[in-house]
Structure formats: structure tokens, C-alpha cells
Design a protein. Structure first.
Length: 52
């Protein structure tokens, strides 16, 4: 499986969690933290409901 393209012009990409739920990771909305990147995760691809 190839790594997702994390360029900032990309739409949220799907990621299946260990419990089988699919969430959508948005590389544009994340923050740079002291321990690495923090990406925004949504329950739907339209960014309608943020996960967590």
C-alpha cells in the first residue's frame, strides 16, 4: 500500500481505523506541534464533523 500524498492542495483522504471505522484525514487543517504534526480528522469527507 502506498503512502498518501500529503501536499497541501489535497482533499481529505480516507483511513480505516483498527475498529473498522473509516475517518478522513485532512493534511491542510493540521497544526505543527513540538512532537510532530497534528492532523485534523473528520468523520466525513466533506469536513462536516470533526472526529475526536
Amino acid at each position: 500500500m502506498s503512502e498518501p500524498d500529503l501536499r497541501v492542495d489535497r482533499e481529505p483522504f480516507p483511513h480505516e481505523r483498527a475498529d473498522g471505522e473509516t475517518v478522513y484525514v485532512d493534511p491542510v487543517e493540521g497544526d505543527a506541534g513540538t512532537e510532530g504534526a497534528s492532523l485534523a480528522v473528520y468523520r466525513s469527507p466533506d469536513r462536516g464533523r470533526r472526529y475526536g
